[in-house]
Design a protein around this ligand. Structure first.
Ligand code: SF4
Length: 437
């Protein structure tokens, strides 16, 4: 009997990507083949994103395409939390399941295309199926979130924080490194809150007990011999404890902190975690401990009620904080988000646009200045793309997909996943250029 073939579409953020990887791993473990095209596959699974209206449109379009080209479609992911929106457009999809509903996705797959009865367990590589290139991998440490930011519907979609016991996370990380992964990207909705729900319970790792806590996780991951990068951290006081690990080169001197704004009034309306922390002072102290710490963040401009004064406070904050990388979004009123009901004055689209442009110009100037200081230095670079003696990679200060790159020339051919020393000879607003030495 031929193995049934499943075509898979993965949309959305790194967290959704991890869900996709888990589903694909299960499918492969049960003997399903992954098809390259919808046409000719036994069915299609679409892992959707429902975070912004634009993401929903993209998800609906992907479902439409799968319906047209195949006709047997199972929908999962964040949009699965609002099945009526999907049914309205595509009434004939086979099944709709929500985020992390692996069991329900698999049940729907079994019904539509029963697995082949063959011994298949060996099909699965021990590290699972990765959608990211083999040299880096996302490590998801928890699901859901205990915060209730007013612009966000993730807690409604994914529920409260549920941390994975640290022993499980470390075993997964160990397997990934053994399979050749050189860089682990730690993700969650709120990495600094890791373990709160488990009351930091100890769990068994190798021959000892380790607590399910941000600091302990960071320390142990730092022992595995891979680059370890922390995403979605909030500036709580206990994050201070992790900075020395960065100064000692155990984990990367990199923190991805979604600050979102700098005006206390806007942050309060956003109901942001740690909004009362004095972030500039904290950043200053972190840099004293770890001078080459790189900070990356995202911001929202045009949040309801944001005044010109609030916005200028944000620009001043950027000037003071001088963070290495910053992304900026114009506020979008997501359906179901609290922010829509706070009675705050919406910011007109043209004002949002103008603020976005001013933000980007300001940050570009800061980034250009910071990158210029790297010219002349020799920096380790991990290679993401290689084409003979021309390659593209990243320093420790840049995460894949969201930050900048290093364009590398080399005398000998480089391979993806190599970590090489590069002498930087040029910089622009976002990227570096140099020669492998
Ligand atoms: S921290 Fe706020 S923005 Fe992030 S997932 Fe939780 S509620 Fe949403």
């Amino acid at each position: 009997m031929n193995a049934p073939r499943v075509s898979f579409v993965s949309l959305g953020c790194p967290k959704a990507l991890v869900d996709s990887e888990r589903i694909l791993t299960r499918l492969r473990a049960e003997g399903y083949e992954i098809a390259r095209k919808h046409d000719g596959a036994d069915l299609v699974v679409v892992n959707t994103c429902g975070f912004l209206d634009s993401a929903r449109d993209e998800s609906l379009a992907a479902i439409g395409e799968a319906m047209a080209e195949n006709g047997k479609v199972i929908v999962t992911g964040c949009m699965g939390a609002t099945p009526e929106l999907i049914r309205e457009k595509h009434p004939n999809v086979l099944a709709i399941t929500g985020p992390q509903a692996y069991e329900s996705v698999m049940a729907a797959v079994h019904e539509a295309a029963p697995p082949a009865h063959e011994p298949f367990v060996d099909l699965i590589p021990p590290q699972g199926v990765k959608l990211t290139p083999r040299h880096y991998a996302y490590l998801k440490i928890s699901e859901g979130c205990n915060n209730r930011c007013s612009f966000c519907i993730i807690p409604a979609l994914r529920g409260d924080l549920a941390s994975r016991p640290v022993g499980d996370v470390l075993r997964e990380a160990e397997r990934l490194v053994a399979a050749g992964v050189k860089e682990l990207l730690v993700i969650s909705q709120d990495t600094s809150a890791y373990g709160v729900d488990l009351k930091y319970a100890p769990s068994l790792w190798r021959d000892r007990e380790v607590r399910t806590r941000f600091l302990d996780l960071s320390r142990e991951l730092g022992e595995l011999g891979a680059w370890v990068r922390m995403h979605y951290v909030y500036p709580y006081p206990h994050v201070d404890e992790v900075i020395p690990l960065m100064a000692e080169h155990r984990i990367l001197p990199y923190l991805d902190i979604p600050f979102q704004h700098a005006s206390p009034r806007v942050l309060k309306n956003m109901r942001r975690p740690a909004h009362q922390e004095r972030t500039l002072e904290r950043i200053g102290r972190w840099r004293e401990t770890c001078p080459d710490l790189a900070l990356r963040s995202t911001f929202i401009v045009g949040f309801p009620g944001e005044t010109e004064e609030d916005f200028e406070m944000l620009l001043d904050w950027l000037d003071e904080a001088k963070i290495e990388r910053a992304g900026c979004f114009k506020y979008e009123p997501v359906g179901g988000a609290k922010a829509n009901d706070l009675g705050l004055e919406p910011v007109p689209e043209e004002v949002k646009e103008a603020r976005w442009n001013r933000f980007m110009a300001r940050q570009q100037k800061i980034s250009t200045g910071l990158l210029k200081k790297k010219v002349g230095k020799r920096l380790p670079v991990i290679i993401d793309e290689a084409n003979g003696t021309a390659a593209k990679g990243r320093t420790k200060y840049d995460a894949p997909e969201i930050d900048g790159s290093v364009h590398v020339r080399s005398r000998r051919p480089l391979r993806v996943g190599d970590i090489v020393t590069v002498k930087i000879d040029e910089a622009d607003a976002y990227d570096l250029y140099g020669q492998a030495v």
